[in-house]
Design a protein around this ligand. Structure first.
Ligand code: BGC
Length: 239
C-alpha cells in the first residue's frame, strides 16, 4: 500500500535511547503538529517501544505515511544492531511492524541518517554527528546518503570507542569540560579521516558544545531528527 499522493502527511518518528519523539510533517517538511515526546521505556523491547509510539501518535492527528529513525543499523526496514536498546531488536522488521500496527506505508532508516537528511545542503561531502545517548554519524556525498556509517563503536582513543568517550554516560561521568575537549579531538580526527566540506553536530547534547568552531562546522537543532523524515519519501514526490 504505497501512497503516491504528493500532499501526503508524514508521521515522523525519532526513536532514541532516552526519548521517543513524533511529529506530523506536510509535503514540504513543515511541521503540522507539535513535537511530542515520551521517555524511552525500560527495558526498551520492540513491544514496549511500539506501545510508546502508539501512545504518542494519538495526540498528533491524521497522517498518511510514516518515517522512522532508529538508533542502530537498519537495512530494508530490518534492525541489525541496537547498542542502546534491548537485544530483541536484532532481526526485527520495524518497517513491517509499524505499517501493520498503524496501517500506513512505513520507511525506516538509522536515526543519524534521518537527522542528516533534515540538515544537509546537498553539496559536497557532508558529515553529521549526533551527540545523545549514543554517538550517531551520517555521511552524504552531494546529497546522497552513504547509509549506516557507524563511527560509534569504532576505536577512538585510549582503547575506547567514540561512543564510550562521547556518549551520554561518558558526559555524565567526566563532565562537560572534559567531554568538550574529547569532542575537539574527535572533530580533528574526523576531519582528517573524511576531509568533509561540512560537519553538522546535532543530537540532544549538541547544546553543550562550547568549542570555537571552524566556519564549515554547524550546530543543528535536534528537531532535524524529525524534519529529515520527509526526505525518505522524496522519490514519490517526484512522481
Ligand atoms: C548506534 C548508531 C546510532 C547512534 C545514535 C549508536 O550507538 O550504533 O546506529 O545512530 O547510537 O543513536
Amino acid at each position: 500500500m504505497l501512497h503516491t499522493n504528493a500532499s501526503a502527511r508524514t508521521l515522523s518518528i525519532d526513536i532514541g535511547g532516552s526519548g521517543i519523539k513524533v511529529m506530523v510533517l506536510d509535503k514540504s517538511g513543515a511541521p503540522l503538529s507539535e513535537r511530542v515526546r515520551l521517555d524511552t521505556p525500560q527495558p526498551a523491547t520492540p513491544e514496549a517501544v511500539l506501545n510508546t509510539i502508539k501512545q504518542l501518535v494519538m495526540s498528533v492527528g491524521e497522517f498518511e505515511r510514516i518515517s522512522a529513525g532508529f538508533p542502530g543499523v537498519v537495512r530494508m526496514g530490518v534492525i541489525e544492531t541496537a547498542a542502546n536498546l534491548h537485544p530483541d531488536w536484532i532481526g526485527y522488521n520495524l518497517a513491517t511492524e509499524l505499517s501493520k500496527r498503524l496501517q500506513k506505508a512505513t520507511r525506516v532508516i538509522n536515526d543519524a541518517d534521518m537527522q542528516g537528511l533534515g540538515a544537509i545542503s546537498g553539496q559536497g561531502v557532508e558529515l553529521v554527528i549526533t551527540l545523545g545517548t549514543g554517538f550517531g554519524s551520517a555521511l552524504f556525498v552531494d546529497g546522497k546518503l552513504v547509509p549506516n556509517l557507524e563511527m560509534a563503536h569504532h576505536r577512538f582513543r585510549k582503547g575506547e570507542t567514540y561512543e564510550e568517550q562521547l556518549g551520554r554516560a561518558a558526559l555524565e561521568k567526566v563532565g562537560e569540560q572534559k567531554w568538550n575537549k574529547r569532542l575537539q579531538k574527535a572533530i580533528n580526527s574526523l576531519q582528517k579521516l573524511f576531509n568533509y566540506d561540512f560537519l553538522y553536530i546535532g543530537g540532544g547534547e549538541a547544546k553543550l558544545v562550547k568549542l570555537p568552531l571552524a566556519q564549515n562546522i554547524k550546530i543543528i537543532s535536534n528537531l532535524n531528527g524529525l524534519l529529515g523524515g520527509i526526505a525518505l519519501w522524496k522519490d514519490l514526490e517526484a512522481l
